[in-house]
Design a protein around this ligand. Structure first.
Ligand SMILES: Cc1ncc(COP(=O)(O)O)c(C=O)c1O
Length: 417
């Protein structure tokens, strides 16, 4: 009997094989048919320390013995309190309030709603949001509205709200910076700018320099526009530092975290906010509260997993491990020398490149063809269009890392043949 499961970002009509995974450990996924796959993209960028990390699994087990779930409106529990304090300690100093949710998209919705609520409560309603070309912030209506428009969201475009879009920074980023200056000079000014710091993930692993991020932040600070850093992908060491904003010395007004927050073990997200944003909602008047919630807000088991993740960061040499991976990735990328492979680039633990594509868009045959090739060669490596990227768990060993790049080279050789 065929499966009733409807998978995300999957065209079931193409009849692709869907591997059935039974267990995972470190960077390896083990299928029911006995095959082993190297997880080269950290299962959609979430798995940081490795699958089934023993400390995170133990924390989850221990929490299941105590408290499974609790309404979070007006009630609280120790795992959430501990986690919120730890997050305030390790994130930029200006961020001192933590709002919980359950996915990256939701953390973005929360940030956008907090920005608009702040302006309304200040008695100066503002609605315009500024975004960067090629951005991706999730798949809910608000998150899609602030992301790139394309085939992914064509059906919903009539519902998406208008935004002001900065060109993606090229060269020294002057055009991008000037565009933000011009937008801020309009009346009324925008409510907020939302950016993926230093690297646009789903937009194709596009990298831009820290000084541009800093310049955008400085303009927002000067013009009183709220600055939202979406660190859903970049957070938790992916770019070589704990958070990407640190490369630019940038302190956002709002920061979205998810994915690696629990080491990638279980869904959880947070939106961190400054005291000013919290205070804009603080009142004796119930109508000024922040109107957002979801059933599983701050689920205790997920919070326990996140606390274990933070303990790993504090007690193990995670940054050293990441630093070594950055060099190992650079060495592997360097040996990819083939005319069909262009645009090689790296930020921290992430490498990316383009395969020269005779068809030229996301729906071309290239992505499924490469995806199938990699799967047949024992890899979970899912190209985006003709962009192939490698974002492994930090624990990956040299054999598995080498196997990823061997397969990429083999794919180029086969396509050329
Ligand atoms: C930068 C960024 N923001 C938001 C999201 C959405 O996160 P989620 O898939 O958990 O909703 C993603 C997902 O890849 C992302 O990369």
């Amino acid at each position: 009997m065929s499966s009733p499961v409807w998978h995300p970002f999957t065209q079931h009509g193409l009849g692709e094989d869907i591997p059935l995974i039974e267990r995972a450990e470190g960077a390896a996924l083990h299928a029911a048919d006995g095959r082993r796959y190297v997880d080269a993209i950290s299962s959609w960028w979430v798995t940081t320390h490795g699958h089934c990390n023993p400390r995170i699994m133990a924390a989850i087990r221990a929490q299941t013995e105590k408290l499974d779930q609790l309404i979070f409106a007006g009630w609280t529990h120790e795992p959430a309190e501990t986690l919120a304090r730890a997050l305030v300690d390790i994130t930029p100093a200006a961020l001192d309030h933590v709002f919980f949710s359950d996915s990256g998209s939701t953390s973005v919705e929360v940030a956008l709603k907090m920005a608009l609520g702040t302006w309304l409560n200040r008695g100066e309603p503002r609605h315009r949001i500024v975004v960067m070309e090629h951005s991706y912030h999730g798949d809910t209506i608000g998150a899609m509205s602030v992301g790139e428009r394309g085939v992914y969201n064509r059906a919903y475009q009539p519902l998406l709200f208008d935004v002001d879009t900065l060109p993606f920074p090229v060269g020294d980023g002057d055009r991008t910076i000037a565009a933000l200056e011009a937008i801020c000079a309009q009346s009324p000014p925008p409510a907020a700018l939302i950016v993926e710091p230093l690297i646009l993930g789903a937009g194709g692993m596009l990298i831009y320099p820290p000084h541009v991020l800093k310049a955008l932040r400085d303009i927002c600070a000067r013009e009183g526009v709220l600055f939202i850093a979406d660190e859903v992908m970049t957070g938790w060491g992916r770019t070589g530092m704990l958070f990407a904003c640190q490369h630019a010395g940038v302190e956002p007004d709002l920061m979205c975290l998810s994915k690696g927050l629990t080491g990638g073990a279980i869904p959880l997200a947070v939106t961190l906010a400054t005291r000013d944003i919290f205070n804009a909602h603080l009142s004796q008047d119930r109508a000024r509260m922040f109107f957002h919630s979801s059933s599983y807000t701050a689920n205790p088991i997920a919070c326990a997993a996140a606390n274990a993740n933070i303990a790993i960061w504090q007690e193990e040499p995670v940054l050293d491990r990441i630093g070594a991976l950055v060099h190992r990735q650079a060495r592997q990328l360097d040996r990819l020398d083939h005319p069909l492979i262009v645009g090689k680039r790296q930020l921290g633990t992430i490498t990316a490149m383009e395969f020269v594509d005779p068809y030229g868009d996301y729906l071309s045959a290239m992505a499924p063809m490469l995806g199938r090739f990699f799967r047949d060669n024992g890899l979970l490596l899912r190209p985006m269009g003709n962009t192939v990227y490698v974002m492994p768990p930090y624990c990956i060993d040299d054999n598995d890392l080498g196997a990823i790049y061997d397969a990429i080279l083999a794919a180029a050789l086969e396509m050329a043949a």
